[in-house]
Every structure is written in structure tokens, then in C-alpha cells.
Design a protein around this ligand. Structure first.
Ligand code: MN
Length: 713
């Protein structure tokens, strides 16, 4: 097969677009040939014949110069040394953008076990296309690849491509109104996927033809004269249905070929709309109608713009036939899409607006309004609010736009979401709050010890993720309050010198309006009821004892607490039942005190925190607590205030020294600045107070820092 020559291609484009950029077309043709060089297709043809054929298919749809050039260049990024930057430089942004889009689509591959997700894949392809021209080039590419599919040696590869064509590209061609391409793709895919079925249908059809049962010409002639006698001039054509449409009907109705009577379809083309309905009336008055076969797609066009009258009759010589009636314009639109529609309206004017149909097509797709259209998902922009991402195995996950790796993880499986600690997007580590983009491949890193965090709720987008996180946090919170409540009660009873028993607690449930001893512990942990109140409820005789003395924080700071008296913050997750005060940033190793706050559990302060002065009047809220080894294993925020000399290297020295001492700066704020000095506040992640002290010592040793101290509000 001869390859279309350079001048032939240019002439074809010029024939419908005299303003086409001839020079760019020529350069693209030569560039494609040069880049693909001596590459050979499996058919034995030089590789560059493929992009040239694709460009040829696109001229049939009268596409603009950029689309034709994209057809020529569509495989250069994937298969040749050409780069995106080269294409941009040589052919401009528009072409580069289109080539990039087609290249991305080429990288999407449907695996045979994903056909259940075909609808998602179709949406994905539409979303990735962005510009409708990307999809048109891709469809032309696929059409040529299907025409030459039989040359591909690997049966698995042939099958995959055919399946993908059947599931993804043929339906997409139909959606944008390219009936002809749709039928061709379907038939080529059918021939690969069901070779035997197709062959037996073809054999059967030719047998019927020999038998004289399929008298297409006879029927055409009778229909034509019948119409003419009633004053309607029509062009009548007839055809056997395609093997694929016959096969599909056999599958759908679960019938054998013999029972399938209407294997012939006839098309009546008339000049105008009135003649469509007149022709219909004539056919219906002449031949018995087959019930349930009449459809008026003229008054109610299909979502893709398809217009036609369909009916079934017992026609000439009692053959059951299918009849389609439409105007010539409708016919052109049905076969070639909105392209033809526009050309009809504009005639062959060359006012530079020939490509308006592209915009019109997008508009048609955009303004779908009936529920049927909506369900048909015809619109391109509909997918602007979705992102489509892949698992490492290639499964497609569809998410609302703005979704994060956490949403992705929950969409894969709740267990994956619950335990995710990190994510890799396209092989790179990203934060859990990173926004996912179309086509991202996402790998979730999980750890058994990880649990959903309250923080996640702030950035997740999907309802599933949010619900799971909330539920987990609520359960976790109750467990935390329960644990804290148990420890508070144990201590309160011990201090009062009375026995704490399950029976004792159960005896006073009514008084606190709770249903169980655990509920009671939870409200104590939450800070809604104090340990002392519970002691007095169980032992009413202790009620008259005097209240505890006013607490003197500074005095307490000087006396060491008795070992064992303090309540260790054991098994308590910071941020839930226990919070670290933002005023003093307590660190493991600091002497600390807990303040019970109603409904919030316990807030931990350093014992010398000035905030405590205000709380001296409420001793019942004070709780002796101590660090626990588990808590110390986590990192904490230490705040440092320092005075820095105003010189170029000062800030660099500061950050370097902190890093050298294994401190991680999480926040840095310049509080005051003068000509000579900066006052800076730094939050550093540290293990404990000793770690922070080491950092402060290191900072004191440098000359650029004139003063350092741990910050206290
Ligand atoms: Mn290609």
C-alpha cells in the first residue's frame, strides 16, 4: 500500500481549508518521517506510514491544521527521541498540547480483567482528552491500528487492543457522533475477539444471498417505486446488517441466527423533514408494522445528536425488514458527527470559521439536559470535577477532584485507609494531603500501628474517608476518656482512703444519669464529673469533709512529688483525651501538672507555667501527672526565643545548628526587628527537655546569637 505523499496530504487539507498553514504541514510531514526513521511496523511497512495514514483519516473530518499535524506527530514522543520541548519549539504550544494529550491517552491501557470498569475508563479518556481534538486524533490512531491489527504477532496483544477498542473507543466514537468510525472499530474488534462467530454469520449471510432470500435489490426497487407513486422522491439504499450487530442481537435476544428475521436494513433519504414523515406514512399504510419497533429520533434526537425515524415492517415478499428514514443532512450528521452538520449550515464558505463545529460539538455535549442524556454521561466537562487515578496494579479509581492520597486509600479499602502512613505518586513520595491529578499512579504505604488521625478530617474530600475517620476518632476518644477516667477514679479513691469497687460505682449510676460504670468513667475522663464527686456519691458520709486547700503552683514546684502519687500519661494519645498546653509547650522531662477541662479531658502544663496562677482557686481541677516512657518516644514541640544579630549568615547559622543537633524546625517567626538585632521565635521538634536543652546550649555557643531561652508566653 502506497504511503500518501506529502503534497497529496497538503492538497487535501487545502481543499477544505485554503488558509491552512502549508509550511507547518510540510515541516510536520518531514519531521515525522525523519524521527521515525527506519522503524518498521509489524506489517513490514515503514513506521512513518502510520502517522501519515492517521493524518489522512483526520482530513476526512476536515480538521484544522493543528489536528492534522498532531496526527503526524502523535507517536514521536513515545517512540522516537523527540521531546515535548522540541515539538513546542518547532510547532508551537497548541500542537504541543495536543500531542501531549494523545501521548497520555496512549499510555492508558485497559487490562482484560477491567472490562467491568469500562464506563470509568471511558470517562477517564474523556477527562484526559480535555480538548476534543485529542480524542479525535486518538480515534483516528485507533482506527488505523485496528485496520492493521492482523499484522500484530502476539495474540494477547491483539486481544487486548481489540477488547479496548470494543469497550472504550467504539462507544466513545458513538458518543461524539462518529457513527462510521464506531461501526468500523466494532467490526474490526469483533473479527479479532469472536473470529468463529463472525465467520459463521458471514457464511450464513452468503448462503441466504445465494438462496435468493436476501433480495436487497428487489426490496430497494419496490420501496422506491412505492414512495414515488405517492409523490415522495427518495434515495433508497439497503444493506445487510453488520455481522457484529447481528451477533449482538442474537446475544441480546438469546436467539439463533435462523430466528433472526430482519437481517436487512433499508435507508430512505429524503430532501426535507416533511418528507420524512410522509415517507413513514406511506410505508406504514403499505406494509404491516412490526409492533414495538417504531422510534422517532427526529423529534427526540439521541444525546449525540443522532436524528432518524426507525421502524420495522413485514415488507416486500413478506420479508421482515428494518427501515430508517432521514434527510440527507441528518444522514451526514449521523455518519460524520457535528462536523457535517456545521458544513451543511455554512455551505463551503471559507471564512475561517470552518472549525466552529468543534466548539459546537463541545457545546452539544455540554448542554445535555434530559435525564437520559445525563445518565449517558455524554458531557466532557462533567468530568472536570473528577480525577481518575491508578493503583500500582493498574486498577482505576475515580474520585472527586481535590482528593488526596487518604481519599484514594479509603477508596481502595477501608483497611488501607485506616493504616496509611504515606503515599507515592508516580514513584515520588508525597504528603498525605497532596492533591491528586488525572492519571496519577498512587501507591499507599501502610503500617499496622498507624490509625486514622483527626488531622486528616481537615483535608479529605470523600464522604467515605470522612465518615471512617470520624467514627474511628469517636471510638478512640471514648476509649481514651475511659482510660483517663479509670486512672482519675483510682487515684481519687486511694487519696480518700476508701475502696473503689465495681459495685460501688454501679450503685450511683442514676445519680450521674449514665447507663454503666464505663459510661461513668468516660464522663470523669472527659472532665464533666470530678473524681471527688464520685467518691462522695459512693460514700455520702465523706461529703462533709473540708475541700482541698488552694493550690500554690510555685510552692508545689519546689517540692518534689512523692513517687507513685502522680498519674502517668499512659496509653493516652495527645490530641484526644490529653492536650499539651500551647502556652508552655511541656516536654518529657519537664515537671508537669494536668488541668481537667470540662468536655476536653486533661490539658498538660509545665508546673511553672504562668497560666496556672489563674487556676489556683480551683484545686479540684488539678491532677498530678507524670510522663510515661511511651509518650516520651514521640516527638514534641519545644519553643525557643532568641536574639539574633542582624548579619547575612545569622539565620543560616541558626538553622544549621538546630539541624546538627537533630532538631527539626516546624515554625520560625521574626517577632521584632531592629537595625542591629532580630528577635526570633522558633518551634523545634524534639524528643524531650534534655534534647531541647542541648540545642539551646549549642545556640548559646555561637557569636551571632546574643540570647537564647526557652519561651514561656
Ligand atoms: Mn499511533
Amino acid at each position: 500500500m502506497g504511503v500518501m505523499r506529502q503534497y497529496e496530504l497538503v492538497e487535501r487539507v487545502k481543499s477544505y481549508d485554503p488558509a491552512a498553514d502549508e509550511d507547518a504541514l510540510n515541516r510536520a510531514y518531514v519531521y515525522a518521517m525523519k524521527m521515525h526513521g527506519s522503524q518498521i511496523r509489524e506489517s513490514g511497512d515503514p513506521y512513518f506510514s502510520h502517522p501519515i495514514e492517521v493524518a489522512g483519516i483526520l482530513t476526512k473530518y476536515r480538521l484544522d491544521t493543528a489536528s492534522i499535524i498532531t496526527g503526524l506527530l502523535h507517536d514521536t514522543i513515545e517512540d522516537t527521541p523527540a521531546s515535548m520541548a522540541d515539538i513546542k519549539e518547532l510547532f508551537g504550544d497548541d500542537v504541543a498540547h495536543l500531542v501531549d494529550g494523545v501521548t497520555k491517552l496512549t499510555r492508558i491501557q485497559l487490562q482484560s480483567d477491567q472490562t467491568k470498569q469500562a464506563e470509568n475508563f471511558r470517562k477517564f479518556v474523556l477527562a484526559m482528552s480535555e480538548d476534543i481534538r485529542v480524542l479525535l486524533v486518538k480515534l483516528a490512531d485507533r482506527t488505523h491500528n485496528m485496520r492493521t491489527l492482523h499484522f500484530v504477532k502476539s495474540p494477547e496483544k491483539r486481544r487486548r487492543i481489540a477488547l479496548e477498542t470494543m469497550e472504550i473507543y467504539a462507544p466513545l466514537a458513538e458518543r461524539i457522533g462518529l457513527q462510521e468510525i464506531k461501526s468500523e472499530l466494532e467490526d474490526l474488534a469483533f473479527s479479532e475477539l469472536h473470529t468463529d462467530a463472525r465467520q459463521s454469520i458471514i457464511t450464513r449471510l452468503s448462503f441466504l444471498r445465494e438462496q435468493g432470500t436476501a433480495l436487497i435489490d428487489t426490496v430497494i426497487e419496490e420501496l422506491r417505486t412505492t414512495l414515488e407513486n405517492s409523490g415522495v422522491i427518495a434515495n433508497v439504499t439497503g444493506r445487510e446488517k453488520t455481522p457484529y450487530s447481528i451477533w449482538r442481537k442474537m446475544q441480546r435476544k438469546d436467539v439463533g441466527f435462523e430466528q433472526l428475521s430482519d437481517i436487512m436494513a433499508f435507508r430512505i433519504l429524503v430532501d426535507n423533514l416533511e418528507d420524512c414523515y410522509r415517507a413513514l406514512g406511506i410505508i406504514h399504510s403499505q406494509y404491516p408494522m412490526v409492533p414495538g419497533r417504531f422510534k422517532d429520533y427526529i423529534s427526540t434526537p439521541k444525546p449525540n445528536g443522532y436524528q432518524c425515524l426507525h421502524t420495522g415492517v413485514i415488507g416486500p415478499q413478506r420479508h421482515r425488514i428494518e427501515v430508517q428514514i432521514r434527510t440527507r443532512e441528518m444522514h451526514a450528521v449521523n455518519e460524520l458527527g457535528v462536523a457535517a452538520h456545521w458544513q451543511y449550515k455554512q455551505g463551503h464558505s471559507h471564512d475561517g470559521k470552518q472549525f466552529r463545529w468543534l466548539r459546537e460539538l463541545v457545546e452539544t455535549l455540554d448542554h445535555a439536559s434530559s435525564p437520559e442524556e445525563f445518565l449517558d454521561n455524554t458531557r466532557l466537562e462533567m468530568y472536570a470535577d473528577q480525577v481518575f487515578c491508578f493503583t500500582p496494579k493498574g486498577d482505576l479509581i475515580s474520585l472527586p477532584s481535590g482528593s488526596t492520597p487518604v481519599d484514594f486509600a479509603y477508596a481502595v479499602h477501608t483497611a488501607v485507609g485506616d493504616h496509611c502512613v504515606g503515599a507515592k505518586v508516580n514513584g515520588r513520595i508525597v504528603t498525605l494531603r497532596a492533591e491528586l491529578k488525572n492519571g496519577d499512579q498512587v501507591e499507599i504505604v501502610t503500617s499496622k500501628s498507624q490509625h486514622p488521625s483527626q488531622e486528616w478530617e481537615r483535608f479529605v474530600v470523600t464522604a467515605k474517608a470522612r465518615t471512617r475517620i470520624r467514627r474511628f476518632v469517636r471510638t478512640q476518644q471514648r476509649e481514651q476518656y475511659l482510660e483517663l477516667g479509670r486512672q482519675i477514679l483510682e487515684r481519687a479513691f486511694r487519696q480518700a482512703g476508701v475502696e473503689l469497687s465495681e459495685k460501688g460505682l454501679e450503685g450511683c449510676l442514676k445519680q450521674f444519669k449514665v447507663g454503666s460504670a464505663d459510661d461513668l468513667r468516660a464522663i470523669v475522663g472527659e472532665g464533666n464529673v470530678s473524681g471527688r464527686e464520685v467518691v462522695q456519691a459512693v460514700y455520702p458520709e465523706l461529703k462533709d469533709q473540708p475541700k482541698a486547700d488552694k493550690v500554690v503552683p510555685m510552692a508545689r514546684a519546689r517540692t518534689k512529688p512523692k513517687p507513685g502519687a502522680a498519674l502517668p500519661i499512659k496509653g493516652l494519645i495527645p490530641g484526644m483525651a490529653i492536650h499539651f498546653a500551647q502556652c508552655c509547650h511541656p516536654l518529657p522531662g519537664d515537671r508537669i501538672v494536668g488541668i481537667v477541662s470540662t468536655g476536653k479531658g486533661v490539658t498538660v502544663h509545665t508546673i511553672d507555667c504562668p497560666t496556672l496562677e489563674r487556676l489556683a482557686e480551683e484545686p479540684e481541677r488539678w491532677l498530678d501527672i507524670s510522663w510515661d516512657d511511651d509518650t516520651a518516644a514521640e516527638t514534641h514541640i519545644g519553643r525557643v526565643k532568641l536574639i539574633l544579630t542582624n548579619e547575612p549568615s545569622a539565620l543560616g547559622t541558626l538553622t544549621m545548628l538546630i539541624a546538627q543537633n537533630n532538631g527539626n524546625i516546624v515554625n520560625l517567626k521574626i517577632v521584632n526587628r531592629s537595625k542591629a538585632f532580630f528577635e526570633v521565635m522558633v518551634d523545634v521538634e524534639v524528643r524531650d527537655v534534655r534534647h531541647l536543652t542541648n540545642i539551646i546550649a549549642a545556640l548559646r555557643a555561637t557569636s551571632v546569637i546574643s540570647a537564647v531561652e526557652r519561651a514561656r508566653n
